[in-house]
Each structure stands twice: as structure tokens, then as C-alpha cells.
Design a protein around this ligand. Sequence first.
Ligand SMILES: Nc1ncnc2c1ncn2[C@@H]1O[C@H](COP(=O)(O)OP(=O)(O)OP(=O)(O)O)[C@@H](O)[C@H]1O
Ligand SMILES: [Mg+2]
Length: 492
Amino acid sequence: MKLSEKLAALEEDEKVADSATTTNPSSVTKRKSNGNGARARGGDAWEATKRKVRELVLDEVAPKMTGLSGTKLNEEVKNALDRILQREDVSVSPLERRKFVQEMIADTLGYGPLDTLLQDATITEIMCNNYDDIWIERGGLIERTEMSFTDDAQYRQVIDKIVSAVGRRVDEASPMVDARLPDGSRVNAIIPPLAIHGSVLTIRKFSADPYTAKDLINFGTYTLDLVTVMEACVRARLNILVSGGTGTGKTTNLNVLSSFIPDGERVITIEDSAELQLQQPHVINLEARPANAEGQGEVKIRDLVKNALRMRPDRIIVGECRSGEALDMLQAMNTGHEGSMTTVHSNSPRDALSRLETMVLMAGFDLPVKAIREQIAAAIDIIIHVDRLPEGRRVVTAVSEVQGLEGETILLQEIYKFRFVPGTERGKPSGELVATGLRPKFMDKLAEREIEVPASAFRSPAPLRPNSNASVVRRKVRVPEPGEIAERERLR
Ligand SMILES: Nc1ncnc2c1ncn2[C@@H]1O[C@H](COP(=O)(O)OP(=O)(O)OP(=O)(O)O)[C@@H](O)[C@H]1O
Ligand SMILES: [Mg+2]
């Protein structure tokens, strides 16, 4: 049977299947395709053609694949494709042929439709909920794409390819797995039966060009005053906790804060999945390891923190505290490794403290609550809280100073807070980070180290007038001139 005949038969089968689902809607168990007009119109035939051609290409190339890599493999696949497209009666118009060949190469050698999304620098996150249901995050907002894998089999092949590249596998025995793409992007895959409606793949794209303090000012995440203060705090070796919800930018903030660490210091970073990209010359990156298929060989963040203490660190940076390592981290911060930083998943600075408390209890020591709070109050100097606004912008919504312990309560003082301003940005409420007007106690520590911060950085702005005209209010962010931050650095 020629390919065109096979395709006609396939289309016929699909029509029969479609009419069966329309007459019996209850039999629809999964949302079909993505509702996109273009794809719905010609999509099925296109995908079916791709499926068939892919099988033929693989049949031809697979025997020769061992030993081939990179450009050679690419050439081999292209040649096989040419032969098949000439030999078989494939209904692809000359105009569509180039796109078809590109998609086929991506399907055979790359990650299928993910390749295009991975190459698009404006996309920061890729979320596949099913083979034909792919979402992305761009500019802080989630949107659905028209992309689709050919079928579930191809989707699973891509997942297998990603996880096997880092020596792991995803199957019934280990249905959820963390992995990494060759470019460093963080990947999580979870398959049925844990994921009820199909395999789910989530990719946090790694930015080859990480955000700097200046970028965060441009995005409206930081104000120039905040950068000045945070830079001073990092240089003065205050211990900093970045708190925030999932995907709000904790790691990005940690990276930016780390960029203020002076060059001469020995910094050890500890992460589950290496994401931090410090630019200093003396940085050691450690990465935790999950257990292998036999349940052995696990190295936890906690083990790495303990080990790091024997490596003569000046500062320790832990990507995220999730459990018992919080205790080791607090101890490190209290015993000569001031200037350390970490992040914690939480809804507010106050919540971050209770989360830390719970984590310390997870270390397995039966410590009284007061003792834990004493440790926390002595160790943490500043909590910087990040959030994502409804319009997609990621912002610092609070900077709080830990001022000690009164009775059994940890004293928290807000230095900067977020206030909503009248008017909207892209149709959503807008706001800005403002000083509360209070002079933080850490100013004494800065003075001891002869680090100056202008008093104006803590001056609270005039209160907003309640009757101000909503439509004309604009958020004002002073963006530093090129080289301004570097100039300050040079002067120092
Ligand atoms: N201030 C910002 N402005 C715009 N995009 C940002 C900002 N901060 C982070 N991002 C982007 O948001 C995404 C999530 O950032 P990040 O990994 O830092 O978040 P996270 O809070 O550490 O997430 P998780 O909880 O999953 O570890 C990334 O793609 C990053 O590039
Ligand atoms: Mg993170």
C-alpha cells in the first residue's frame, strides 16, 4: 500500500472515530487537540503524514545511527527524508515542504515541537500537559500554544530522551523525575497513573544570560534605592532570606543578590538542581543527588551544607531550604559564615519564619520552640519577599528586618513595602515598592563596616491622595544610565 493510500485509510478511520465521539459525548475522556482553528482544519492529516514519514525515516536511519552524531546524523536524516519524500506519494505542498522537513528533523533528532519553544528567548517556561496541550510562560503570563507532538508515543519518546540523557528513567517504578536539558534548563516529568490525564512535562528554561540588578530595575522588580540598600547589606555580610511563592523569582533574586558579593571571597553554592550563575572568580557549585533506581546513593542538601562547612567557605548560598538543612544553614549563619543567603517557599516574611521553624523541626532534633526562634532571630538579618502580580510583573513586595526576639515572638520590622497605586497597568491594578520611613537597625552594622547608604533611601514618599485621577497615574521607575551601577562599583 502506498503512503497516500495509508493516509486516506487513516483519515477514514479518524472520521469514523470522530463521528463516534460526537454521537456519544460521554466517551470523550481527554480534550482533543487545542481548539486552534488552523491546526484543527489541516492538523490531523499533517500529523498523520508526519507520523508515517517519521516511522519510515527511523526505519532507514536507525541501523546506521550508532556511531553517528551531530552534523553527520543530521545529514543522514535529511537524505533519508529526501529519498522518502520522492519515493512515497506524500501529500505535502512544495510551500509546506520546508516546514515539514524542519519539523521532521526536530522530531527525529531533537525534542519535537519543544525545539522551537526552547529556541524562543522570550519564553521562560514550557508546560506540556499532554501531547497536544502545550502551554508557555512569556512576559510573566501563561498562554496556550498551537504546538503539538504527533502523538503520545512521540511525546513519551521525547520525555525518555530527556531523562535518559542524565542517566535516569521514567516508568511505573519511578513515575516522577527531575532532569536537566543539555543547556541547563530544569525539567520535571510525571507520568500516569500519578498524572491522571497523561504525562506532564515542565521545563524552566535556563537563561544563558542571567538577569542582572539593572534588568530587575527595568522590569520594575527593584527600585534603585532597593538595589543600593541590598548591595550594601550583601557587602556588609548580613544574612539574607529570599521568600516567595513558586516561580515568583526567588532563585533569580538570589542570583542578583549574590552578584554583589565582593570578588575576593570564597563562595559555595548548594542546590538541588544547579541554577545559580555567579560571576565571581572564586565560586564552588555543589549539587544534591537523588537516589538511584535501587534507592541508593542519595546526597541531600543537608549533607552538602555539612560538607561545605569543611571547605573553608566565606559564604554559603543554598538554592532553597526545604527541610532539615534549614538548621545547618542557621548554624552556619550564626558561626562565622555571615553573609550567607538562601530562599524559602512562603507567602510573606512572617510566614517564611514559621516555615523555617517547621523545617528546623524536620531536622529531627527535639528542640524547644524558643531555642529555634532564638537561632532564627540571631541568624537572619533581612527577609526580601517576592511575588508575581496579576499582570505578570514580578516584584519585591516587602523587605523586612529581623530585629530580635521579644518573649517568644520574633520581631519583624518592615523597611520597604508594596503599595497599590490608583490606575491600572495592562488593565490590572498597579503598585510600587516604597520605604516605610523607618531607619533599620542594620544601619549600625553597615556603619561599623564603613558602608554608606544615603538616608534618602529610607525616606517614605508622600501618601497617595485618595481623589487622584486614576487614569493619569503612572508608575515611575528611575532606570539608571548605562554604566551607573558599574561606576558606583568602580568608585568603591
Ligand atoms: N524580576 C523578574 N522579572 C521577570 N521575570 C523574572 C523575574 N524574576 C524571575 N523571572 C523569571 O521567572 C521564572 C521563575 O524564576 P525563578 O526560577 O527565579 O523562580 P523561583 O521562585 O526560584 O521558582 P521555583 O519556586 O520554581 O524555584 C524564570 O523564568 C525567570 O527568568
Ligand atoms: Mg527556584
